[in-house]
Design a protein around this ligand. Structure first.
Ligand code: PEP
Length: 249
């Protein structure tokens, strides 16, 4: 069965609540494509107004992070139940910016992935190598470790519903997109890793996105690759260009 494409925007730390509503209103008609899953992953404070503004449209709302505890004395954190109650369906976990600036480890990401499944939130788990790792030829070893640890104790049934975003760190926010061949090669490698850890059926079902300076010009070729099931889009998700990416066909 063909996998449904998933095209998600990652707004990062951009847009105040009122700016967020204005952006949803602007993009709503431009992303109205029922053939793909369209997800806006937005800052925590924007979630409630964005869910409200997106009502009646095909836009699904995601968070950019989540804590792995249920509740309690964790000042500043957001729990999975809070996200669910606000109408969140997806959560980006282990983005390279969170790993780099906030010290998130593969083990932290794994705890969050498990907790997201417990609450029926679909994790978009990010992985990807640095330029140095690519040059050293250890890209796949590094990513396999991120995927294996990130998915520890995740069942095959859960993994089938998950999303993995392959985001080479050197391509994020730099304007440098991985070549179609590089992106396809790693996404195929991730699928092979899932087949090894689980089975072919799980590998066939899981959705793997490419992320890293995706724009309207690069999306069609990237998303046409056998193992690329859509994109995680940063900068271009804040502009009308996102409509063109969603309608890449
Ligand atoms: C991202 O934030 O996940 C991302 C891929 O950013 P950009 O598209 O701006 O490179």
């Amino acid at each position: 069965m063909a996998r449904r494409k998933i095209i998600a925007g990652n707004w990062k730390m951009n847009k105040t609540p009122s700016e967020a509503v204005a952006l949803v209103e602007e993009l709503k008609p431009l992303v109205a494509n029922e053939e793909v899953d369209v997800v806006f992953c937005v800052p925590a404070i924007d979630i409630v107004p964005v869910v409200e503004a997106a009502k009646g449209s095909n836009i699904q709302v995601g968070a950019e992070n989540m804590y792995f505890e249920e509740s309690g004395a964790y000042t500043g954190e957001i729990s999975p139940a809070m996200l669910v109650d606000a109408g969140v369906k997806y959560v980006v976990l282990g983005h390279s910016e969170r790993r780099e600036y906030f010290g998130e480890t593969n083990e932290d990401v794994n705890k969050k992935v498990l907790k997201a499944f417990e609450h029926n939130i679909t994790p978009i788990m990010c992985c990807g190598e640095t330029l140095e790792q690519r040059e050293q030829g250890v890209t796949m070893d590094f990513i396999r470790q991120q995927v294996k640890v990130g998915f520890q104790n995740v069942t095959a049934d859960q993994a089938k519903t998950a999303v993995i975003a392959y985001e080479p760190i050197w391509a994020i926010g730099t304007g440098k997109t991985a070549t179609t061949e590089q992106a396809q090669e790693v996404c195929a490698g991730i699928r092979a890793c899932i087949a090894e850890v689980y089975d072919e059926a799980t590998a066939e079902a899981i959705r793997i996105q490419y992320g890293g300076s995706v724009n309207a010009a690069t999306a069609p070729e990237l998303f046409a690759q056998a193992d690329i099931d859509g994109g995680l889009v940063g900068g271009a998700s804040l502009k009308a260009d996102f409509g063109k990416i969603v309608n890449y066909k």
